[in-house]
Design a protein around this ligand. Structure first.
Ligand SMILES: Cc1cc2nc3c(=O)[nH]c(=O)nc-3n(C[C@H](O)[C@H](O)[C@H](O)COP(=O)(O)OP(=O)(O)OC[C@H]3O[C@@H](n4cnc5c(N)ncnc54)[C@H](O)[C@@H]3O)c2cc1C
Length: 418
């Protein structure tokens, strides 16, 4: 058995996990023993969350030492993938086999299990979050046994098992829906007035398969349009064409960004904003994000425009995306189409905290739900109250994990046990 390592931090470096032991098993059997023999244990993915959702006061376990498995079932349009695999590796293999995922996040560096556990999303009026592609999930239960839940086989509980914040067990394998590979061409429109976007949300976000608006909330933004070459383009053309490739963060060199200027290419080299081999985003940063019901988008735009002068000095950049509704109990897009308002903040908590709170004060009345993997000033009870199925999730967690082996302070605060 490999010796456990000591303390570790998340990708951004703003969080040091409390766990004194980080296990990195080399085989499934070793993982099952580690889980069985631990009193309290949490899985850690690639550590790209900005809060303590992954933390443990006892054991942490990483799955990136296990053999990587990516098995495509062409007949059933499914891929079975080992949970610690990063999208960066999964998408290359899928594309090689002629398949694609419908949606990807802004970066491929993140693990499949960690992303699906938090409802990680990309953009697109027709695209649900990455977790919604999950058809079945296999996890190690508290006694070290493997259990599996499927969309068809377990319709009553399956929707509670995917976006599960690591609280139901250590996920070892996921089965994801795939579709035939497709091509995407990415174009950027710059100098787009925010009022134009706010007044024409459906036109702007319907203009391509996947659309992102980047802005500092002061007056203008750039709109990144990712067109599927096998589908008609929307007619919206605000602002003007970018003259060269850009980085989403203004002023940063464009190299880490995926190819732009309308050059068609494979889906996995265009849907993310960032290339797998280079450092994504700003690097030194904090992030927060709120999902607002789509029909309240114009109100959210107006509220953020009002405090743009406060927001801009604390920002690297902000991003607006759309997410289609799903049925996963803890998905921030549960039961409703959303517009997601994301903020990549400067790495300065003292500067950022009051501004983040000001943003949330304005968007919370719009029934917003925060991203599970990012920072929020909201009280856990208030967050849980925004999920119709929170009590069902708490019950499921009690049934699958009666001793609370997979819980931590983050999940205890959200779903307290009586
Ligand atoms: C630069 C950057 C860009 C980002 N872009 C996006 C974006 O475009 N869209 C978006 O929605 N989010 C985005 N995020 C947030 C990120 O996708 C989420 O925080 C996601 O959870 C990261 O996955 P991870 O593997 O790093 O998870 P971790 O942070 O390691 O863990 C997150 C949760 O998953 C659980 N978990 C991990 N592995 C397992 C497992 N095997 N079994 C059970 N539970 C497990 C953990 O216990 C924890 O609760 C971004 C983050 C960064 C740093």
């Amino acid at each position: 058995m490999s010796a456990p390592h000591t303390q570790t931090t998340n990708w951004a470096g703003n969080v040091t996990y409390a766990s004194p032991r980080v296990h990195r098993p080399r085989s499934l059997d070793e993982l099952r023993r580690v889980v069985r023999d631990s009193a309290r244990i949490r899985a850690l993915g690639s550590g790209h969350s900005f809060n303590l959702v992954a933390d443990s006061d006892a054991d942490l376990v990483r799955l990136d030492g296990l053999p990587e498995r990516i098995e495509v079932d062409a007949e059933n349009a499914t891929v079975a993938v080992s949970a610690g695999t990063r999208y960066a590796e999964l998408v290359v293999e899928l594309h090689r086999r002629g398949f694609a995922l419908a949606n990807l996040a802004s970066l491929p560096h993140i693990s499949v299990a960690g992303s699906c556990a938090t409802g990680t999303h990309g953009s697109g009026d027709g695209q649900r979050c990455l977790s919604a592609a999950v058809r079945a999930v296999e996890l190690v239960a508290p006694d070290g046994e493997l259990v599996r839940f499927g969309r068809e086989a377990d319709p009553e509980v399956f929707p509670g098992t995917v976006v599960a914040l690591g609280a139901l067990g250590v996920v070892t394998r996921l089965w994801l829906d795939v579709e035939p590979a497709f091509s995407v061409a990415q174009r950027v429109r710059v100098g787009v007035p925010l009022d134009e976007v706010a007044g024409h949300v459906d036109d702007v976000f319907g203009a391509a398969y996947s659309v992102s608006l980047f802005t500092d909330w002061r007056g203008e933004g750039s709109v990144w349009l990712k067109h599927r070459t096998d589908r008609p383009e929307g007619s919206w053309r605000g602002g003007r064409s970018a003259e060269g490739p850009l980085h989403p963060v203004p002023g940063m060199p464009p190299e880490p960004s995926t190819e732009q200027m309308g050059v068609p290419g494979p889906w996995h080299e265009r849907l993310p904003h960032f290339r797998p081999e280079l450092e994504p985003s700003a690097g030194k940063e904090l992030q927060s994000e709120l999902y607002v019901p789509r029909e309240r988008a114009a109100e959210a735009f107006a509220a953020l425009r009002e405090i743009g002068h406060l927001v801009a000095p604390a920002l690297h950049v902000a991003e607006v995306r759309t997410v289609r509704a799903d049925d996963l109990w803890l998905s921030p897009a549960y039961g409703r189409d959303c517009v997601a308002f994301h903020f990549t903040w400067l790495p300065d908590p003292e500067l950022v905290s009051p501004v983040l709170a000001a943003v949330e004060e304005r968007l919370m009345p719009l029934e917003a739900r925060p991203h599970w993997g990012k920072l929020t000033s909201m009280a856990p009870a208030d967050i849980a109250a925004r999920y119709e199925r929170a009590a069902d999730f708490a019950r499921l967690s009690g049934e699958l994990d009666p001793s609370g082996k997979f819980r931590n302070a983050f999940t205890d605060a959200l779903f307290p046990r009586g």
